[in-house]
Ligand binder design. Structure first.
Ligand SMILES: *[C@@H]1O[C@H](CO)[C@@H](O)[C@H](O)[C@H]1NC(C)=O
Ligand SMILES: *[C@@H]1O[C@H](CO)[C@@H](O)[C@H](O)[C@H]1NC(C)=O
Ligand SMILES: *[C@@H]1O[C@H](CO)[C@@H](O)[C@H](O)[C@H]1NC(C)=O
Ligand SMILES: *[C@@H]1O[C@H](CO)[C@@H](O)[C@H](O)[C@H]1NC(C)=O
Ligand SMILES: *[C@@H]1O[C@H](CO)[C@@H](O)[C@H](O)[C@H]1NC(C)=O
Ligand SMILES: *[C@@H]1O[C@H](CO)[C@@H](O)[C@H](O)[C@H]1NC(C)=O
Ligand SMILES: *[C@@H]1O[C@H](CO)[C@@H](O)[C@H](O)[C@H]1NC(C)=O
Ligand SMILES: *[C@@H]1O[C@H](CO)[C@@H](O)[C@H](O)[C@H]1NC(C)=O
Ligand SMILES: *[C@@H]1O[C@H](CO)[C@@H](O)[C@H](O)[C@H]1NC(C)=O
Ligand SMILES: *[C@@H]1O[C@H](CO)[C@@H](O)[C@H](O)[C@H]1NC(C)=O
Ligand SMILES: *[C@@H]1O[C@H](CO)[C@@H](O)[C@H](O)[C@H]1NC(C)=O
Ligand SMILES: *[C@@H]1O[C@H](CO)[C@@H](O)[C@H](O)[C@H]1NC(C)=O
Length: 622
């Protein structure tokens, strides 16, 4: 039971001269109400989830009205407590309250003004809770029909806090409102319950970070299957987070024109949150009331934000989740990923979401350590200086070696191409083979699948006027429009050459451990990228880097936060700390082996959950 909302801004227009002859056209509908209970803000949706059968029950109506006096006569906070215990008493009541307080951020003792004891067991039950009037100010005690004098609900409801309308007996969900200080969300969902029960009427409006797109297309009439799978597993949708426009890479100051870039909570709070899953990355790093956020990764849209915001984040194997009804950047490269602050919670979602993979619980014995990707002191084999990100990487990999019972294999990744490259490739280096491959695929695919259909349809409906497009996607599409018709086939061929080479020579499939090895590279090293610094105009994303390996090889690339490094902030003029994160690559479809490894590393204390806010870990030296 979790709900969030942007800070809602009401625009109120006064039409002083509304002609009475048109008044019949006015449509009226209740949209719920907001209230504050015990200093916490709640939203009460307009549609009840159940109702007490109080028709003609004068005694219950009278006690409802007495309790309602404490709540402006309007609505009674009430807690539904299911029990199978035939004699429910003080001890069970107290332990139920304790467990709700520990596990439900919507619940507070204020909801104990009313209680509804719901018997779920067998036999003739009794419940004695008179002590609660003293202990919790409980003034209304209702019981299900199995109890003497009990009263029925028209529909069963799950345990927890609700609001009860005293006149009608209607029961409403209690949705807690949170402020979105980081500006991570486009909007919150008004009813988590409706999302799960009546998908076709769910108002899910998609804008892809573009205002014209948001206004142009109608609300979708169904939930994407990837999201539906998560809802089916019991996840509660709390809102839609911001993406950089059409999932292209954008920098906070110069590129985010249509939306304002969300705020990365780490360090001084003014570091770029990376993109494109920016809102998801900043939200999971900032808000303790969120357990998971999701996003997509084509060229780094999960991994970049995981690195910048210091959280766990997946780029899964290509094909791990069905991406129907998800805006494409390039279907050959697009993937769906999940963020978390806890490796075991992350692994649990991964196992549920990536349901078609085999589960491997034995881990590889080989760690590829590409010194050219790590750079710095690893290139010349010197000891990394204390407090540097190199030292954080080195310390972590040393512990990983101990856990796996192996030593890392130092090697130069780019140079390995020279000696092992396939005979059918003339490319002298990987930088030549894959220089334009990514930029070509995403621009050509997105022009055909998103840009042209959108722009043409928009113009047709707006007398030839074009929609506004942010500079980054505009620039990439312009690059794609200049490519020859044969370019996509060339790009797919180069991608395939690389994918086959990587699977045959570097990270290979294995029958026991799924992947014969793990390939590590640095995802983020605590470098600053201030969001108030002016950068340069966007260009097509050319070039090859370690982040492109999984993109073309179709392997998982999972980001794990491993430490922090200090820096002198030009914003706060004090020492602050930024995330150091490590990327793990394994063979294609070995995602569950990696999740199992991270869960085991957390059990061993080598991987640690991260906190929300400026600092990731409480025990780092200051
Ligand atoms: C409610 O919040 C205000 C402001 O944060 C605080 O001063 C006050 O003590 C709080 N009251 C209760 C009952 O928690
Ligand atoms: C509601 O209460 C009335 C009167 O006691 C009873 O006749 C009716 O069957 C009840 N309805 C439900 C749904 O329990
Ligand atoms: C949902 O929308 C799509 C496209 O707008 C349309 O083709 C389809 O018929 C709609 N389905 C329902 C159940 O309304
Ligand atoms: C090794 O590399 C590090 C990082 O680039 C550098 O600071 C150091 O001076 C180098 N040491 C030697 C002996 O070359
Ligand atoms: C790792 O390297 C150390 C030092 O060279 C060596 O003593 C040790 O046996 C190696 N461990 C394994 C598992 O190969
Ligand atoms: C690999 O080939 C490239 C281009 O020919 C060259 O620059 C590089 O030095 C070579 N590396 C090795 C280890 O041979
Ligand atoms: C290139 O050759 C390798 C074998 O060396 C083969 O696996 C691969 O499919 C070939 N790629 C293309 C694009 O022909
Ligand atoms: C990559 O492509 C760009 C644009 O065509 C070109 O300027 C650059 O030299 C290329 N780099 C490599 C390593 O091929
Ligand atoms: C494909 O690789 C060749 C080198 O073998 C390179 O010249 C060409 O630019 C690459 N094309 C694409 C689209 O990646
Ligand atoms: C791995 O499994 C495949 C198919 O299950 C089998 O053909 C192959 O021989 C196995 N390889 C090893 C090394 O056991
Ligand atoms: C911060 O600045 C101080 C004073 O210039 C310097 O001594 C210190 O090393 C700097 N700290 C970091 C983490 O760069
Ligand atoms: C932070 O320090 C710089 C350099 O010492 C100084 O110019 C600036 O005014 C300081 N900023 C604030 C807000 O104190």
């Amino acid at each position: 039971m979790r709900f969030t909302s942007d800070v809602l801004v009401a625009a109120i227009a006064f039409f002083g001269l509304l002609s009475s002859t048109h008044a019949w056209q006015t449509s009226f509908r209740l949209t719920g109400k907001t209230l504050v209970l015990g200093n916490v803000s709640y939203f009460v949706p307009p549609t009840p989830v159940s109702q007490l059968n109080i028709s003609g029950d004068a005694k219950t109506l009278s006690s409802l009205s007495t309790t309602a006096n404490d709540f402006a006569g309007e609505i009674i906070p009430i807690t539904v407590i299911p029990t199978s215990n035939v004699s429910f008493g003080q001890a069970q009541f107290q332990s139920t309250v304790d467990s709700y307080k520990a596990s439900d951020d919507v619940f507070s003792e204020s909801f104990l003004a009313g209680v509804y004891i719901l018997f779920t067991g067998k036999g003739k039950p009794t419940a004695s809770v008179s002590f609660a009037s003293q202990a919790f100010n409980t003034s209304l005690v209702l019981k299900s029909p199995q109890y003497t004098g009990g009263i029925a609900l028209t529909k069963p409801v799950p345990a927890g806090p609700y609001f009860l309308s005293p006149g009608s007996g209607q029961i409403f969900e209690a949705l807690r409102l949170y402020e979105d200080e980081q500006q991570s969300f486009v909007y919150g969902m008004a009813s988590s319950q409706m999302v799960r029960e009546d998908i076709n009427r769910t108002p899910l409006h998609t804008g892809c970070g573009n205002r014209a797109f948001y206004n142009f297309y109608p609300v979708k009439n169904q939930t994407a299957p990837a999201v539906q799978r998560l809802l089916d597993g019991g996840m509660v949708l709390v809102g839609k987070t911001k993406t950089s426009q059409f999932a292209n890479g954008e920098e906070a100051t110069e590129d985010w024109v249509d939306l304002h870039a969300p705020y990365n909570p780490r360090g001084d709070g003014y570091q770029d949150g990376s993109s494109s899953s920016t809102g998801s990355g900043t939200a999971i790093a900032a808000y303790p009331w969120i357990d998971h956020t999701i996003g997509s990764d084509t060229g780094g849209s999960m991994r970049g934000p995981a690195g910048a915001n210091g959280v766990f984040g997946t780029r899964p194997s290509h094909g791990a989740v069905v991406l129907d009804d998800v805006m494409p950047l390039s279907p050959e490269l697009d993937t769906g990923g999940v963020f978390a602050r806890d490796a075991k919670a992350w692994a649990k979602v991964g196992h549920w979401w990536y349901q078609n993979f085999s589960d491997f619980t034995q881990f590889p014995k080989k760690i590829w350590f590409p010194v050219d990707s790590f750079g710095g002191s690893f290139l010349n084999g010197t000891t990394p200086p204390a407090g540097s990100s190199d030292a954080v990487f080195n310390d972590f990999v040393t512990k990983l070696e101990g856990f796996l019972g192996t030593n890392r294999t130092n090697f130069n990744f780019l140079n390995t191409w020279n000696t092992t490259k396939p005979a059918n490739s003339t490319a002298p280096t990987l930088k030549v083979l894959l220089n334009t491959t990514y930029a070509d695929l995403i621009s050509l695919d997105q022009i055909a699948l998103v840009a042209d259909p959108f722009i043409n349809a928009f113009k047709a409906e707006h007398s030839g006027r074009a929609p506004f497009i942010n500079p980054a996607p505009m620039n990439r599409w312009a690059y794609g429009r200049g490519l020859p018709p044969t370019q996509k086939a060339d790009a797919i061929q180069n991608k395939t050459i690389f994918m086959d080479w990587f699977a045959q020579n570097i990270v290979k499939p294995d029958n026991t451990t799924c992947s014969d090895s793990i390939f590590l590279y640095p995802q983020s090293d605590g470098s600053t990228n201030y969001r108030n610094e002016y950068g340069k105009a966007p260009t097509a994303p050319l070039g090859f880097s370690s982040g492109r390996i999984a993109v073309h090889a179709e392997t998982p690339d999972m980001v794990v936060p491993i430490g922090e490094v200090a820096y002198n902030s030009t914003i706060t003029n004090t020492t602050e700390f930024l995330p150091v994160t490590l990327s793990f690559i394994a063979s294609k479809n070995c995602d569950l082996m990696l999740f199992n490894l991270f869960a085991a590393l957390q059990d061993a204390g080598i991987v640690k959950p991260v906190m929300t806010g400026a600092r990731m870990f409480s025990d780092e030296p200051v």
